[in-house]
Design a binder for this molecule. Sequence first.
Ligand code: AMP
Ligand code: MG
Length: 269
Amino acid sequence: MTSLDDLLVPPGSKVRLADRDPETTLHYADKREAKAATAQDAAEIDRLQDILYAEGRRALLVILQGTDTAGKDGTIRDVFNRTGPIGIRVMPFRAPSEEDLAHDFLWRVHRSVPSRGTIGIFNRSHYEDVLVVKVRELVPADEIERRYEQINAFEKMLVETGTTILKFMLHISKGEQKKRLQARLDDPRKHWKFRAGDLDDRARWDDFQAAYETMLSRCSTEWAPWRIVPADRKWVRSAAIASIVRRTLEDMEPRYPVPDWKPEDFKIV
Ligand code: AMP
Ligand code: MG
């Protein structure tokens, strides 16, 4: 049995994804129990987010990475479905635009980080710049090599200026991805999610796994550690992430601001 703490990648350690079981049910007895826990955590995340917003001083950034079909969209739906939309923003990162490419790789990312009082969710992120960009050799190798430290420094700056960062790698097996891609072909309601390019990425499965291992090893830091989440079972994945997000918000201990006036000083006529 694995506990949620075991999902952490200890800073400085070398990750082997083959050692991480994508199918584990963690400490959850069954799907019902996990779903009930997720719903409770989602409600609590909403309550804490309201206070974080009122406080208006700090932000939470949740980064979701994973191969196609790993469940990034489903996680957002399950974990944040109770959170009021005022204080939350989902940012998907797709292939960079011409304008993005005319800047450094962190430019579009920095503009998208959550403002004080809010939660930002990255569906993919700057990590694509050391994943797909590395596998497809879109920039020279020495440039990619420098990016790990550049990312660590960027995230450190965010943390030092009031943003808590949670990073989740959704870990699925190659067999599970096959099933989920097939479902996108079989189910007309899922056709919109299918792209032929996803099969090119699947053909490079081993290269992607290796790129993930490198970035997990080099970018799990004291200030922004990675967590590898077993994601072959959607209910385990969502329950684990909901629980960690909730615990993180609890640890941040947001407080309603104390006004510099007294209610009894005012009379509403
Ligand atoms: P999806 O998340 O399914 O909408 O797909 C987004 C696509 O954009 C994926 O194929 C990513 O690999 C790609 N993508 C995201 N960021 C980058 C990047 N920095 N450079 C190249 N491709 C990217
Ligand atoms: Mg896709």
